[in-house]
Design a protein around this ligand. Structure first.
Ligand SMILES: [Zn+2]
Length: 344
């Protein structure tokens, strides 16, 4: 684990955070697959990995630095090839989520990473099969938010079409943008997002991670993003903080991702504390968990280790549930489960 671990946190709190029912709203399917599952897909597809054994591959998979992370992400994505792979990795994702008591996830999926492998329909049917099988086996659910890779602005219409087809099938609920923020401002995607909203897709945007406040302003004004991925750099602009506070726009905060990618310095407390103190609506997430040597439990532990109380961590868990795009009736079912846990 990066820079924190569970050093000073009482075992009872560690156990309670593990047992606590959770949801997660910022996690990338392709970035959430463990090294072993990727290894098995590579073997099945005769894809040659830069490692001679599973043990070597597991070491390679661990976070080192930004360039290595991009390399691992690229290789992992190339191992995902067949309909069976997409179904199986979705099922494995739900198994991992379930082991952390994550009952529901809104996961990002980036079709641009998989262009030329299968038809959109084949991929969407495979994701659906994996979601149905995984839910039946592990009792954890997933819906997808389709991410435009912002370095390929010319492909955004294709990504929207993929999202709309997935919406019809009931597996996709939203559209987002991810990838490099610098040089690819939200304004490039205004028209596509307007169409997505008109068609009933929920819209979100990665912003304020590697780029500053202007990117978040663009996301909320041009794209009308309902949630912001990361958003931590809003703190650089008091008027933006005021706007986000007034709107109570959920921010999808992922501390270990920020430490790994250098958005926050390794030995500094995470700015989520300042964000909460400023009245911002924060949620807690793991982003690309095995690639950042983390998982959602560890994100809660990271903050526990930085002095967050059980009540503060529970509030983040409640916030994350409220920030989901679930219909009100389904949210209410989870609220009841959350309350039952508190009283158990
Ligand atoms: Zn992300």
């Amino acid at each position: 684990m990066h820079s924190n671990a569970s050093g000073q946190v009482a075992q009872t709190l560690i156990d309670r955070l593990q047992a606590m029912p959770k949801v997660e709203i910022h996690v990338h399917l392709e970035g959430a697959i463990d090294a072993e599952t990727v290894y098995q897909m590579a073997q099945r597809n005769n894809f040659s990995l830069p490692a001679a054994s599973l043990e070597e591959w597991k070491l390679f998979y661990k976070f080192r630095d930004f360039n290595h992370f991009i390399e691992v992400y690229g290789i992992a994505s190339q191992c995902m090839q067949t309909a069976e792979d997409f179904a199986w990795m979705t099922e494995k994702f739900l198994q991992n989520q379930s082991e952390q008591n994550i009952r529901y996830s809104e996961a990002y999926f980036s079709p641009t990473l998989h262009s030329g492998k299968l038809t959109d329909e084949e991929i969407l049917d495979a994701l659906t099969l994996g979601a149905v099988t995984g839910e039946a086996k592990y009792g954890s659910r997933v819906k997808f938010i389709v991410d435009i890779s912002r370095q390929y602005p010319h492909l955004q219409t294709k990504v929207l079409e993929f999202a709309l087809q997935g919406q019809e099938k009931g597996i996709v609920i939203g559209l987002g943008i991810g990838g490099p923020e610098v040089d690819y401002p939200p304004e490039n995607y205004t028209e596509t997002f307007a169409q997505a909203r008109m068609q009933g897709l929920r819209v979100v945007a990665h912003a304020g991670e590697t780029e500053g406040p202007s990117s978040i302003w663009g996301a909320i004004t041009s794209l009308q993003a309902e949630r912001i991925g990361h958003g931590v750099r809003c703190l650089e602009d008091a008027s933006l903080v005021a706007k986000l506070r007034q709107r109570q726009t959920p921010l999808e905060v992922s501390p270990q991702s920020n430490y790994c990618l250098g958005v926050v310095k390794p030995n500094e407390p995470h700015p989520i504390r300042q964000m909460i103190d400023a009245g911002l609506f924060c949620t807690l997430n793991s982003d690309d968990p095995p690639m950042f040597n983390t998982n959602l439990n560890n994100e809660y532990l990271t903050l526990a280790n930085q002095g967050f109380s059980w009540e503060q961590l529970w509030q983040l868990n409640l916030n994350t549930l409220e920030a989901t795009f679930l219909p009100e009736a389904e949210k209410e079912v989870y609220r009841t489960q959350w309350q039952a846990f508190l009283q158990s």
